[in-house]
Design a protein around this ligand. Structure first.
Ligand code: FAD
Ligand code: DLZ
Length: 508
């Protein structure tokens, strides 16, 4: 008997495991407390993963595969992978245990240690999902201090022949159209339908709650908007290509109170649970370009996120774990303000971005980076606490992709392996790219005073307090030149204003 473990984020019906039905193979899936509880999760994330796992098991069964599905309330559930697997190995007289490479270091460790403990053969195989291997990034950058995503991305474009012409040059003569992708959204073009998928899962939610699983955030059991299988994921992809991709590039960095997603794809959950393959998403975008439905700049911008960033952060994760999780370059130690759990702050941008994270388990990239992450870094919040929050709150959050984005890209806690400078801004950037500042309690133009936008003084406070670590960074030369030219009294007033806000973070 062969026992094959399927993890909750390995719901890929195209995996070669499933091409043949074999009586001698038993698949196992398990809903377990070790996975629901390793961080406090948003309720929608637990619900969507369980619903998708159950749907996947149902499909495998319908195809004739043998499957053992351990539910969260099963009496014999021991609530961790290792204990359940040991029990199943004995119960079914298993000779070989197989699993697909887990994407999370913690689970990878558990399973490889189990392999040492068991006397049967234990085999790990490819998850057949990613373009690259776990070690592709570390091999490319061996011996280099800085690991530039752009270099990796170009290599991936060439290797996988994506938007490359016959002379092995980028189609359109440019590798990167990022500069074209910076428009604010001012009411046009018309926004796509926000949540095209609707599910009813009240019974499953009741089961999860009765099992005592803790969670946070809003769960609408009558209208759960995440895809739970490949067919729904393909529908989401098709709708995105048709309705949003043409505008994705232009409005990629825009933010508005009128939409939680603008023209973003909402595909990360489907991708990260492997219901969709990155290759087919990239191909669908390129087809749209070839058929004249979307411009090269928008398609290149979208492809870069998937073929570039997504693969790159995975490679950084595997190259640097477990030490990566402990980095704290600036030695930031503040706890998260209370409103990270309620969205109730007077700063309209944060109220909106955190508010929708709590209601939808989703925020798009620039909200995560330039509103929430920006504030967290300026305010000196502890990067590990910020990481735990991001890992829990977002529907698509799995450590391999969340940790490098949060600790590295957003909090610069790795000292600049991923980002060439910290992603921070004052109110002016947020105002330029959004409608958040209109009607805000705070004044985006003021730096000092009761109504001064906290981003303004915190921005200068951040650079002044970290002068020793940042002033040599060539990309920050202009910032430190501005500080040098600033009268001392102005610097002191900004620091006092920032300290005042930092002392009352819970109520700003
Ligand atoms: P779109 O904007 O439509 O992008 C298309 C796809 O590109 C996404 O679905 C995703 O698969 C990929 N992608 C885009 N940007 C990135 C990126 N920086 N890294 C990796 N993949 C990317 N993404 C996650 O999948 N899980 C996370 O836990 C996560 N945490 C993040 C934390 C922070 C602080 C930041 C700044 C970014 C994080 N991201 C994460 C990246 C990005 O914000 C999300 O992938 C994106 O917002 C998901 O929404 P979407 O599917 O509508 O994306
Ligand atoms: C995120 C998650 C949750 C909440 N629950 C489960 C679960 O009960 N069973 C399971 O197999 N997987 C779950 N997952 C996804 C895992 O955490 C994920 O597979 C690992 O972190 C590896 O990436």
């Amino acid at each position: 008997m062969i026992l094959r473990l399927i993890l909750g984020d390995q719901l890929n019906p195209l995996h070669s495991w499933f091409t043949q039905v074999d009586e001698n193979v038993l698949y196992v899936m398990m809903e377990i407390r070790s996975e629901t509880d390793y961080v406090l999760h948003h309720g929608q994330k637990i619900l969507a993963i369980f619903a998708a796992m159950r749907d996947f098991a149902k499909q495998l069964k319908a195809q004739g595969h043998r499957i053992k599905y351990i539910t969260i309330d099963a009496v014999d559930n021991q609530h961790n992978f290792v204990a359940n697997l040991k029990w199943l190995v004995t119960r079914y007289q298993v000779q070989t245990l197989q699993y697909q490479e887990p994407d999370e270091w913690r689970v990878d460790q558990q399973l490889s240690q189990l392999a040492n403990e068991l006397t049967i053969s234990v085999e790990m195989c490819d998850s057949e999902h990613f373009f690259s291997q776990r070690d592709s990034v570390s091999r490319l950058f061996q011996g280099k201090k800085q690991w530039l995503m752009e270099r990796f991305y170009r290599q991936m474009r060439l290797q996988h022949h994506v938007l490359i012409d016959e002379q092995r040059q980028p189609i359109g003569g440019q590798w990167n159209f990022d500069h074209d992708n910076r428009k604010p959204w001012r009411g046009q073009p018309v926004l796509p339908k926000t949540w095209p998928i609707h599910h009813q899962h009240s019974q499953l939610w009741q089961t999860i709650q009765q099992a005592g699983v803790n969670s946070f955030g809003q769960v609408s059991t009558e209208d759960m908007p995440w895809p739970i299988n490949r067919a729904e994921s393909l529908t989401l992809l098709r709708l995105f290509i048709k309705e949003s991709l043409p505008y994705f590039g232009d409005y990629q960095d825009a933010m508005t109170v009128h939409s939680e997603r603008l023209f973003h794809s909402l595909l990360s959950f489907a991708l990260n649970c492997k219901m969709l393959q990155p290759k087919e998403v990239v191909s669908a975008a390129i087809d749209a370009y070839e058929q004249g439905q979307a411009s090269l700049s928008t398609v290149e911008g979208f492809v870069r996120q998937i073929l570039g960033w997504r693969e790159y952060v995975r490679g950084v994760y595997w190259a640097t774990m477990p030490q990566y999780a402990d980095h704290n370059y600036f030695q930031h130690q503040r706890d998260l303000p209370r409103w990270f759990w309620s969205g109730q702050t007077n700063m309209r941008c944060l109220a909106h971005a955190i508010g929708q994270s709590l209601t939808q388990a989703y925020a798009h990239h620039i909200q995560r980076l330039m509103v929430i992450g920006n504030f967290a870094l300026l305010a000196g919040l502890k990067p590990q606490a910020v990481h735990q929050w991001y890992l829990g709150v977002y529907i698509d959050a799995f450590e391999w992709v969340e940790l490098p984005n949060t600790l590295g890209m957003s909090q610069f806690a790795d000292g600049g392996r991923l980002a060439t400078k910290p992603y921070v801004s004052s109110a002016s950037y947020i105002d330029k790219m959004s409608d958040y500042c209109q009607g805000c309690h705070y004044n985006k133009k003021q730096r000092i005073g009761d109504k001064a936008c906290p981003f303004n003084s915190l921005y200068w406070h951040f650079f002044i307090r970290h002068q020793a670590l940042l002033s040599k960074n060539p990309r920050l030369g202009i910032v430190y030149k501005q500080i040098k030219m600033m009268p001392l009294e102005t610097q002191q007033a900004l620091q006092q204003q920032a300290s005042h806000y930092l002392q009352q973070l819970d109520t700003i």
